[in-house]
Design a protein around this ligand. Structure first.
Ligand code: NAP
Length: 279
């Protein structure tokens, strides 16, 4: 089976490495010629090109570009491929993509592997990135079952756990556990860097250890990805941010009012609920 991948970065490149390890022929298209060359050298793909025509005989095509390019890539692919080709994407936002792509290509299956690192580009591609991670497929009333099963089978072969979910619910859920944390983590870094006392900031940098490393990790990731999460999932991200602001105000109030007992109760409750939530 020939698999096509458009966008040979962290996700597209990692996908290519795993699919080739499983004996599939992988054809890759990327924007830059140096990325295509590196992808072949690193064994991410069997063949690579900057021209989408390379993918014309692929059975399944994964679009792994930044979110804003998924629709334009699909539109450019349509004249080149046959109607049985299944197209799927890996974008971190689903409803606007599925709404726009499904009417253009009936064999479209929205997807989102819940795996990543703070790195980007072909150099960040790694084997087994998807093992043990959720891989969301956003089925709708119009998604053909055969197409869904084909993508599901490939995603399962990566060691991922398949979850099927409506696109709108996916977007609201990931706003809480992925997009909101990026905004909070980035604003944490921004707030910390606004410290005006140079000596304090210098010592803070020396003291920074696992706590700051953990809480700032997602805010220090791919800026284009963070921006597109907010842009394409604006309603859900804003809703989560507003609720977060209320929670933050509550913490500020308890501290201002020396309300240590209530603050401790709240921290006991977040300690307990975190363990349950992540179990
Ligand atoms: P990335 O590392 O920046 O990779 C994207 C790649 O797309 C770039 O390397 C670029 O290749 C290529 N590209 C850009 N424009 C293109 C075009 N017009 N035609 C062909 N290729 C093009 O980003 P990523 O983290 O892999 O994210 C890719 C997608 O995965 C996004 O939709 C994102 O929402 C989703 N996703 C990301 C994560 C994560 O944690 N990073 C997790 C799950 C899903 P060149 O090097 O050739 O310019």
């Amino acid at each position: 089976m020939k698999i096509g991948i458009v966008g040979l970065g962290l996700i597209g490149g990692s996908l290519g490495l795993d699919l080739r390890d499983r004996g599939l022929k992988v054809l890759g298209v990327s924007r830059q010629s140096q990325t295509c060359q590196k992808a072949v050298e690193r064994g991410v793909v069997d063949e690579a090109s900057q021209d989408l025509a390379l993918l014309k005989e692929s059975e399944i095509i994964f679009i792994c570009t930044p979110i804003g390019l998924i629709l334009p890539v699909l539109q450019d692919l349509i004249p080149l491929i046959n109607p049985e080709t299944v197209i799927t994407d890996v974008g971190s936002v689903k409803a606007p993509i599925v709404d726009q792509c499904s009417p253009l290509w009936p064999n479209f299956v929205g997807g989102h592997p819940m795996a990543g690192t703070a790195e980007q580009g072909i150099d960040a591609a790694q084997r087994d990135l998807f093992v043990g991670r959720s891989y969301v497929l956003t089925s709708t009333d119009h998604t053909p079952l055969v197409a869904l099963r084909k993508v599901e089978e490939i995603a399962r072969s990566l060691g991922a756990i398949i979850e099927i979910c409506p696109p709108e619910i996916h977007d609201q859920a990931v706003a809480w556990i992925s997009h909101l944390p990026v905004m909070i983590s980035a604003s944490l870094i921004d707030a910390c860097m606004s410290e005006r006392e140079t000596i304090v900031l210098q010592w803070a940098q020396k003291f920074a250890s696992s706590g700051f490393r953990d809480t700032s990790r997602v805010g220090g990731g791919n800026p284009e990805l963070g921006m597109m999460m907010a842009q394409y999932n604006k309603t859900a991200v804003l809703r989560s941010l507003m609720q977060y602001r209320q929670s933050l105000d509550q913490f500020i109030n308890y501290i201002e009012q020396d309300n240590w007992e209530t603050l401790e109760q709240l921290l006991k409750s977040t300690q307990q609920v975190r363990n349950q939530f992540l179990d």
